[in-house]
Design a protein around this ligand. Structure first.
Ligand code: SF4
Ligand code: SF4
Ligand code: SF4
Length: 374
């Protein structure tokens, strides 16, 4: 195994291949506080890419309710259990999936059962905690849940690629998108077992594996992916992420990930350096967030709470969901935030505060009362 540097873990780690970063890395930020679990993203992806035979159980994008929901079922709990067992045998805690895998494997992982894939909505809208004293509004603060939208993380060190005996999975040098070469794939499903996020799916009809393609035909035209553009809650932004030492403060993704440290990777301890970053939910049990997003979670929650007074952060956050085009850089004035494409051309201008309009109930121009005075 080679030694590569994982900046999320701030240390070197074992990986089957030498470090080779793409010219630019696709990245996404999802604000969990704004997701309403409408599943528009899920349907947009499914109707665009995975509506064929053998793809009935395939959800390149899914939205699950944490802490109990998950698709496939218990995908994360099972892996944590495996790693914990391995950690117990080691004095040294904190191994990634690439360090100390079972004999004969490159990666520690598990293959979900058919039953795990059978119930995509299981535990949806179920809360954790107890409602005390039997009355709905008493003890309401003891319960919590949140919606977690998930796609392939286009990892810097993909577990799926590390495990493939055919080298059929590759990371594109031009944008870091991870793809399965379906002509090379022989359906061994080692990638399904190895992906810690369970974002490779086996197609029982074609007998090969499939995964999110990052909507690369759109990316090549400077357009953000379907699941991003269609998001009703405007929780998503797709762009480009630099390495920490090369972060550009005028890149909205770099600003929120590297400068404000408000958006965090999902289960960074797995070691794949995932490139979907989450703004953690407020009002969720801190221990749960620590486990899911790592030690930066307190700072991230604090930064989010202050965002309304932090013009630099607010200007980046208001770009979410407001243009289909990929925003490479941004700037802001006293009144607006402005997004630019990679040629420096302005593509979106959003007010920093919504105008406050008071409309009179009687419309002088039409000499009529307004039905809706909002
Ligand atoms: S479309 Fe957006 S708001 Fe709706 S479920 Fe998907 S991520 Fe959440
Ligand atoms: S999330 Fe899974 S499928 Fe996607 S690149 Fe990472 S390891 Fe591969
Ligand atoms: S990036 Fe494209 S292919 Fe991937 S989950 Fe989103 S819509 Fe589906």
């Amino acid at each position: 195994m080679a030694q590569v540097y994982n900046w999320q873990l701030q240390r070197e780690m074992a990986f089957p291949y030498a470090e080779q970063r793409p010219q630019r890395q696709i990245a996404y930020i999802f604000d969990t506080n704004k997701c309403i679990a409408c599943q528009t993203c899920t349907v947009a992806c499914k109707t665009t890419w995975t509506s064929g035979k053998g793809q009935e159980q395939v959800f390149w994008n899914n939205v699950e309710t944490k802490p109990y929901g998950g698709y496939p079922q218990a995908w994360d709990i099972k892996l944590m259990g495996l790693l914990e067992q391995r950690w117990k045998q080691q004095v040294y805690a904190g191994k990634t999936i690439f360090e100390d895998p079972p004999a004969g494997d490159n990666v520690t992982g598990h293959r979900p059962t058919e039953e795990d894939y059978a119930y995509p909505n299981m535990c949806e809208d179920e809360v954790a905690g107890m409602v005390d004293k039997g009355a709905f509004f008493q003890g309401i603060h003891n319960v919590w849940m949140f919606y977690m939208a998930r796609i392939c993380n286009h990892c810097t060190y993909p577990g799926c690629a590390a495990a493939c005996p055919r080298q059929a999975i590759y990371k594109r040098p031009e944008d870091g998108i991870v793809l399965v070469d379906q002509l090379r794939c022989r359906g061994y499903q080692e990638c399904v077992k190895a992906c810690p996020y369970k974002k490779v799916f086996f197609n029982a009809i074609t007998r090969v594996s499939e995964k999110c393609i990052g909507c690369y035909p759109l990316i090549e035209q400077g357009i953000q992916p379907r699941c991003v553009v269609t998001c009703i809650g405007k929780i998503r932004l797709q762009g480009w992420l630099s390495k920490p030492g090369e972060a550009q403060p005028n890149n909205p993704i770099d600003q929120l990930v590297h400068v404000k440290k408000m958006a965090l990777p999902l289960y960074p301890q797995y070691g794949t350096e995932p490139n979907v970053y989450y703004i953690p939910p407020l009002n969720v049990l801190r221990e749960f967030l620590l486990q899911m997003f790592g030690p930066g979670v307190d700072h991230a929650v604090q930064a989010y709470r202050q965002a309304a007074r932090d013009r630099e952060a607010l200007a980046a956050m208001l770009l979410f969901g407001n243009t289909p085009q990929i925003i490479s850089t941004y700037s802001y004035t006293d009144t607006h935030t402005v997004g630019y494409n990679d040629k420096g051309v302005e593509i979106i201008r959003v007010p920093l505060t919504e105008p406050f309009v008071v409309r009179q109930p009687y419309d002088q121009q039409h000499q009529a009362y307004r039905l809706n005075t909002a």
